[in-house]
Design a protein. Structure first.
Length: 295
């Protein structure tokens, strides 16, 4: 879970690594046109201050851990606003004002109690990523397949026993996060996601390596940490675009030498596996171009 949160944070901050993230509105108002990333956090925050509309160049608005229930219309006038984080706001529905922000590209809704995705989400034609988590079953998720630019989806911690069928209909999907579910196997239908480059199945119920993913020719990052996988198949060499493999915290006792035939592979995490020290040293010696993390 930690790795995924880091990846998301890096994604957001990479929009402009040199831009300051403001957390004090009075300080930000001294140079409003320089504010590109603004963060408010705290249970005492129940509404978005009107002064934020002065941040004409705002790109990222982080309202995590607040008590926001309404999104004011003036946010739609911030034409550079592309990332909105409403995580842990105890929302039971997506505030209707969100659908006015037509330029929005990333919507983060982790740790809420949202029970349905309204059809109005189709107004967000530029939306590329939506991140959801929680224990409440969400209705009408299939509407997400109609978003023309959606290529990133998180469905974390919902108790799914398999990847929902509607996911395979998102033809442009590149990033799929499914950590913290109860997935025991991966359907062959995943081959329909021909554009997939990132797959996260951390903290699920996998008893074996999901061989269905071997047909994903563009897969670059595969996270299988914290499952119950004991063997890695020799056929893993089919993942010719793989650059990072996370199989830590699994009862794995050995790694096939065919892993070294993946010329693109740079990182393989073997932390908290059952691989012996002698085996680990042999792996390192025979696959010197791969950085192995162990212990």
């Amino acid at each position: 879970m930690y790795k995924i949160l880091v990846i998301i944070i890096l994604f957001i901050t990479s929009l402009n690594s040199n831009a300051q993230t403001y957390t004090d509105i009075e300080q930000a108002l001294k140079t409003p046109l320089k504010v590109r990333h603004f963060k408010m956090e705290g249970e005492d925050i129940t509404k978005i201050p009107k002064q934020i509309q002065k941040f004409k160049n705002l790109e990222t608005l982080d309202l995590k851990n607040c008590r926001i229930t309404k999104i004011p219309k003036f946010l739609a006038s911030l034409k550079n606003l592309t990332v909105l984080n409403l995580s842990n706001n105890k929302l039971s529905e997506i505030p209707i004002g969100v659908f006015n922000i037509s330029q929005l590209k990333t919507l983060i809704l982790y740790e809420n109690n949202i029970n349905s995705i309204p059809n109005e989400i189709l107004l967000l034609e530029n939306l590329e990523d939506i991140h959801l988590s929680g224990s409440v079953k969400i209705e009408n998720l299939k509407v997400l397949t109609k978003l023309p630019n959606l290529d990133g989806l998180s469905l974390n911690d919902f108790g799914y026993k398999e990847i929902p069928n509607f996911v395979y209909q998102i033809k442009n999907l590149k990033y799929l996060y499914m950590w913290g579910n109860e997935i025991g196997e991966v359907s062959d239908s995943i081959h329909m996601l021909t554009e997939l480059v990132f797959l996260d199945l951390v903290e699920n119920k996998l008893l074996s390596f999901p061989t269905a993913v071997l047909d994903l020719k563009n897969l670059s990052i595969l996270l299988l940490s914290s499952n119950m996988i004991s063997d890695i198949p020799k056929e893993i060499m089919k993942l010719s675009s793989l650059t990072q493999l996370y199989i830590d915290n699994n009862p794995i006792t050995s790694i096939p030498m065919e892993l070294g035939k993946i010329n693109t592979l740079e990182i393989c995490d073997l932390t908290k596996t059952d691989i012996s020290e002698d085996n680990y040293e042999e792996i390192r010696e025979q696959m010197p171009n791969i950085f192995f993390q162990w212990e």
